[in-house]
Design a protein around this ligand. Structure first.
Ligand SMILES: *[C@@H]1O[C@H](CO)[C@@H](O)[C@H](O)[C@H]1NC(C)=O
Ligand SMILES: *[C@@H]1O[C@H](CO)[C@@H](O)[C@H](O)[C@H]1NC(C)=O
Ligand SMILES: *[C@@H]1O[C@H](CO)[C@@H](O)[C@H](O)[C@H]1NC(C)=O
Ligand SMILES: *[C@@H]1O[C@H](CO)[C@@H](O)[C@H](O)[C@H]1NC(C)=O
Ligand SMILES: *[C@@H]1O[C@H](CO)[C@@H](O)[C@H](O)[C@H]1NC(C)=O
Ligand SMILES: *[C@@H]1O[C@H](CO)[C@@H](O)[C@H](O)[C@H]1NC(C)=O
Ligand SMILES: *[C@@H]1O[C@H](CO)[C@@H](O)[C@H](O)[C@H]1NC(C)=O
Ligand SMILES: *[C@@H]1O[C@H](CO)[C@@H](O)[C@H](O)[C@H]1NC(C)=O
Ligand SMILES: *[C@@H]1O[C@H](CO)[C@@H](O)[C@H](O)[C@H]1NC(C)=O
Ligand SMILES: *[C@@H]1O[C@H](CO)[C@@H](O)[C@H](O)[C@H]1NC(C)=O
Ligand SMILES: *[C@@H]1O[C@H](CO)[C@@H](O)[C@H](O)[C@H]1NC(C)=O
Ligand SMILES: *[C@@H]1O[C@H](CO)[C@@H](O)[C@H](O)[C@H]1NC(C)=O
Length: 712
């Protein structure tokens, strides 16, 4: 990928931006070093976990460095089971291969190996932290926590395919998402007489056949870099997390609970998680797909999922969340996420023929399913307790819940914007007026004046319908702000309350009390997924940017500093733990909001019409202690490149903002005035006027290269 240089205008005050741009112009741009993917689809382990060796193991690092074989031997029943733990250095996903340099057996059978996989050392044990069989039933249940091998006497490569060596004996689950694998010489009693816990095995090499998207530098069509290396690194960590879940849908590798789908078989999809939750759920795409568009612009995986779910729309307009349970898992919020994700697809990739093909599907969700669940007295969506519907976190809540309604407002407004750009004015008008009405109903019905934030909205669990529980949730409050339900003052009040009530060292909790599910510590549970919307609300609410950066640093700093490192977790529980123990997916694309947050707010690039034909460029330059940021966003007509750099002149702060957008596109730039009383602002060298006291001036420009400069 060629980096096109910006035209650097002469600017008559001292700035260091030329040096940072020069770095980016180098043959190997400086951001390349942050990329996390393995260099090829054959991934080698990085080491043996210290102190993991048990029993008679000779040359333990042999299999790592291909310097002679590692030999596991056991000659007597009384001997310890020879064991090693291999570390791949970071979370990986795919099919393991072992190169054997032969084995020696006793008369009791070939020596058996057992393999237990784990994403973390904490949950590494004699059974995998999770295997496909753990979620399977009947014939689909092949193993009980370990994969088995019967090691032959010959030199050969064993590949961890899904299946059994003979009938139901010596079985393997196949694909795994993991960082560590524990290998030991032992046979399951049920595998006798094929394998034995005696003998000796030579392992001369080991590798992983990477199954997912390989995000190496030249696959990046978008990138990000800023003066804080942690933030920069987390952007690439987020991309890697989504890469791990971007994979081919195969019945033998996905979620087994009725999720296999002939339509999806063999296609690229975006799974929720790499280890577990290997089914594409549409709510997760609300974040994961944005990461995908902004990094590799690989829209095919998202489109395959959205189209498949559209084809399974129910007659009443409801759309299933995923293929699981043969497309019947009842979630109440996910049809709205299908709408949001469909609009995202068109906005980010410009595929208006997708919009045309599925317009009727979208209309049926917004004008069929949700109106049929609207309470005519309150004007709000009601999820009645006996519907049995859940949501992204299977929360025990019903009634006029703020989250469902705020998300409905968001979906209506966003779809209305798309309808407008596609010349579907009637739909646009109907949806935006309904969005306004529901927003007003939320304000009059669900706002808790005593704390200045929305109630969760329904009764306490077990409470009577029509009552309201004294509890508040992150989801509804954050999305209400983003959907424009609240004015700036109310938004700021909500965000202040939320920060104060729920802040943890590992992020902000998703509830301010655990009353809905006592014992589950909701007030100490953090979802990076829903936190994305809260942090975005902080970036869009004046005066709240520094709290956005603070929350990012707590949340992503925590995950990056804890095992397995790099990848982003499904959920965080009390004391910063994996919220569902070993079962927790530690590589979950929905937690990668850091990518759209940095690209969409710190660079400030947002689409305003399909394919960024019109865009908005509103970088947040203050509040995070950053001195510069730069990057690119792919669009169908070419890239949008943004670079900004703050300076410190004698007369006060300075800012240079450079942009390059495709010819034929146009948009609005927000130029911050940095609190300067009467700033001198130039656009391409010509002065432009700011009114005194303005914190931001907006300027419309057409495509091409432009430079804004601000000084005292
Ligand atoms: C350990 O295994 C090796 C073969 O790899 C064997 O030569 C040696 O005798 C074994 N040691 C013990 C104490 O069993
Ligand atoms: C193990 O080795 C013996 C020779 O010691 C051989 O006769 C026998 O067939 C082998 N058993 C298996 C199960 O491979
Ligand atoms: C699975 O293994 C565990 C020990 O790890 C054991 O307690 C349990 O009985 C096993 N279940 C089956 C079905 O074999
Ligand atoms: C396996 O290969 C090794 C060298 O890589 C060799 O020393 C050994 O004899 C071979 N064993 C068999 C059974 O072919
Ligand atoms: C699953 O099936 C596909 C297609 O048949 C095959 O390519 C793949 O290797 C299988 N995966 C495993 C883990 O066996
Ligand atoms: C899934 O549902 C469809 C439509 O309801 C039905 O035709 C099909 O047989 C079901 N498949 C399975 C495996 O139950
Ligand atoms: C756009 O979407 C349509 C309908 O879903 C699909 O057939 C087409 O391949 C997509 N085009 C691109 C360039 O992805
Ligand atoms: C509609 O909301 C009103 C006011 O909260 C409530 O009394 C009524 O039971 C709701 N209707 C239904 C059908 O849930
Ligand atoms: C923050 O929380 C404390 C204790 O819960 C409370 O006393 C204080 O008034 C709160 N401040 C704000 C700004 O909400
Ligand atoms: C970067 O993050 C690490 C831990 O994740 C932390 O120790 C370090 O202080 C951070 N650096 C900066 C500049 O914030
Ligand atoms: C969090 O850690 C503290 C200190 O170890 C412990 O007392 C507390 O029980 C933990 N909280 C939960 C919910 O596990
Ligand atoms: C800038 O563009 C926006 C979006 O097209 C438009 O609403 C606004 O009126 C324009 N402002 C000026 C000053 O032209």
């Amino acid at each position: 990928m060629a980096f096109t240089t910006f035209v650097v205008f002469f600017i008559n005050f001292a700035l260091s931006f030329t040096s940072s741009l020069a770095t980016a112009r180098d043959k190997d741009p400086s951001w390349h070093r942050y990329v996390r993917s393995p260099v090829s689809k054959i991934v080698k382990p990085t080491g043996i976990v210290p102190d993991s060796i048990v029993g008679n193991v000779s040359n333990p690092t042999g299999l790592i460095h291909s310097l002679g074989a590692t030999v596991l031997s056991r000659s007597n029943e009384g001997d310890l089971l020879p064991t090693i733990v291999v570390d791949f250095g970071q979370n990986v996903v795919g099919i393991l291969r072992l190169e054997f340099g032969g084995s020696q057996n006793t008369s009791t059978g070939l020596p058996g190996l057992r393999l237990a996989f784990s994403e973390t050392l904490e949950y590494l044990s004699d059974r995998s932290d999770f295997t496909r069989s753990d979620n399977a039933n009947g014939d689909e249940k092949l193993t009980n926590g370990t994969d088995q091998v019967a090691v032959k006497n010959i030199n050969y490569t064993w590949t961890d395919f899904h299946g059994c060596e003979e009938d139901t004996k010596v079985c393997s689950d196949g694909l795994h998402g993991f960082r560590y694998v524990k290998i030991w010489l032992e046979a399951l009693p049920s595998d006798a007489p094929l394998t034995s816990s005696l003998g000796s095995v030579s392992i001369s090499g080991m590798s992983l056949e990477w199954s997912a998207y390989l995000g190496i530098p030249h696959t990046f069509t978008g990138w990000f870099e800023c003066s804080d290396q942690n933030l920069t690194q987390w952007w690439y960590d987020g991309v890697y997390t989504v890469d791990m879940g971007t994979d081919t849908f195969f019945a033998n590798e996905t979620e087994p609970r009725g999720a296999s789908s002939p339509i999806l078989e063999g296609k690229q999809v975006l799974f929720d998680g790499a280890k577990r939750d290997r089914d594409p759920y549409v709510g997760d795409l609300a974040v994961a797909s944005l990461t995908s568009y902004m990094s590799h612009d690989f829209a095919e995986a998202t489109r395959n999922v959205l189209e498949d779910l559209a084809l399974h729309q129910r007659d009443d307009g409801w759309i299933p969340p995923a293929s699981i349970n043969n497309y019947t898992l009842p979630l109440f919020d996910y049809p709205l996420w299908w709408v949001v994700c469909s609009v995202d697809l068109v906005m980010y990739t410009g595929n208006t023929s997708y919009a045309d093909t599925y317009w009727n599907t979208l209309v049926k969700v917004l004008d069929g399913y949700y109106p049929s669940n609207t309470n005519s007295t309150t004007g709000l969506l009601d999820k009645t307790a006996d519907m049995g519907y859940g949501d992204y976190a299977f929360l025990p809540r019903s009634g006029p819940v703020t989250y469902y309604n705020a998300l409905y407002v968001h979906a209506l407004s966003y779809a209305s914007r798309l309808a407008n750009s596609l010349g579907r004015g009637d739909d646009a008008a109907r949806w935006s007026s309904r969005a306004g009405a529901i927003g007003d109903a939320l304000l009059s019905h669900n706002l808790d004046q005593s704390v200045g934030a929305f109630y969760d909205g329904g009764p306490c669990s077990g409470g009577a319908a029509g009552t309201i529980c004294d509890v508040h949730a992150q989801d509804g409050n954050a999305i209400a702000i983003l959907a424009g339900v609240t004015d700036e003052k109310k938004s700021a009040g909500i965000l202040d309350y939320w920060q104060n009530a729920t802040s943890q060292v590992y992020g902000n909790a998703f509830y301010d009390s655990s009353v809905l599910s006592p014992g589950d510590h909701f007030d100490q549970r953090v979802y990076a997924f829903i936190s994305y919307f809260e942090i975005a609300a902080r970036f869009t609410t004046p005066g709240k940017a520094s709290s956005a950066f603070d929350e990012i640093r707590r949340l992503y700093g925590w995950m990056s500093a804890h095992d397995p490192g790099i990848t982003m977790w499904e959920g965080i529980g009390p004391n910063g733990t994996a919220y569902e123990g070993a079962f927790t997916s530690m590589a979950h694309g929905w937690s990668t909001g850091i990518v759209p947050l940095l690209t969409g707010y710190v660079l400030g690039v947002q689409p305003e019409s399909p394919g960024f034909k019109m865009w908005k460029l509103c970088p947040v330059v203050e509040g995070g202690g950053l001195t510069w940021a730069r990057g690119e966003v792919p669009t169908p007509q070419g890239k949008i490149a943004v670079s900004w750099e703050m300076g410190d002149a004698e007369s006060g702060p300075t800012l240079v903002l450079e942009l390059e957008t495709p010819e034929g596109s146009s948009g609005t730039v927000c130029v911050p005035t940095l609190g300067i009383e009467s700033p001198k602002i130039t656009l391409d060298g010509s002065p432009i006027q700011a009114l005194p006291g303005q914190t931001l001036i907006t300027v419309n420009v057409s495509g091409g290269k432009h430079v804004f400069a601000i000084e005292s």
